[in-house]
Design a protein around this ligand. Sequence first.
Ligand SMILES: [Zn+2]
Length: 338
Amino acid sequence: MKDANTSSKTFRRVVLLCLFVFFLASAGAFPADEMTSTIVIGNSRIDVVVEQGSLQVSKEELLRWVQWAAESVSAYYGHFPIPHVLLRIIPADGKGVRNGRTFGEKGGFITIHVGSNTTSQDLGTDWMLTHEMVHLAFPSVADNHHWIEEGIATYVEPIARVRAKHMDATEMWFELVRDLHQGLPAAGDKGLDHTHTWGRTYWGGALFCFLADIEIHQKTANRKGLDDALRGILAAGGDIRQDWPLEKALDTGDQATGVPVLRPLYEKMKDQPYDVDLPAIWTELGVERADGKVRFLDTAPLSQTRVAITYGSVAPGSAAASPISILAGDTAMNFPKR
Ligand SMILES: [Zn+2]
């Protein structure tokens, strides 16, 4: 989730595509003492503070988790979204990652809870920290448009992890097919701007993103996608530290792709239900769900669009799709990729 406020600090463009990660870990004992580390990723800096408390996972495992999330967001946007973010990791009872919140104040900061029994494997499959970091890459908009903020974070997060090779594409599509129907309008729906349920906020917003992604690809012969629109918004200074009218963000995105998709789709979805035939779309994209998994049909009419949505216009294996991590400092570590 996201809480935003405005800061007037200047947004600095990050030009490096490769990721340079530098850890400065405190020498204090862990987990009894609070730990502060700094991760430098491209031209951006992530200050990681782990509050006092008991955790099963090690300092190295926590930092790898942060690194993977930062790599995922950077793979999608071409660089980490803002120059500096403070990440507070708060140990909690139980197991797993929860209660992520992202703010535009103080140049950008994130708080997130990690259960004391959380394992390294739990961190390796976590989506929430990537979701929070995606929030950094879009301006704050009025409360009735909260669905666009959560929708982008919900839709982009698994694609970003696939592009950084931290998630399988089959798993990403399986979960999208499994979950996206929760964003469809129910009886009495009054459109995305006026129906503030959990389903319409998170998955209704994701549905908007998904439909826009397909349409941008269709109108550009798969040369552009939602990623180009969102990068264009970020390049224009539209990050979480800024308050923008939603229309400005959508128009900026449409200018970046050269095709009017976001604004017209918003006009159709903002104050009316706008029902969608999702099974027909899965068939067109060549995504077939069976026996607890999905398989891809390359003969489907939009199979190339499915590939472009998954990997972007940048071929897998290039610098942007496969960030290089160089680790240095007194806690130099090298993390194998999944
Ligand atoms: Zn969120």
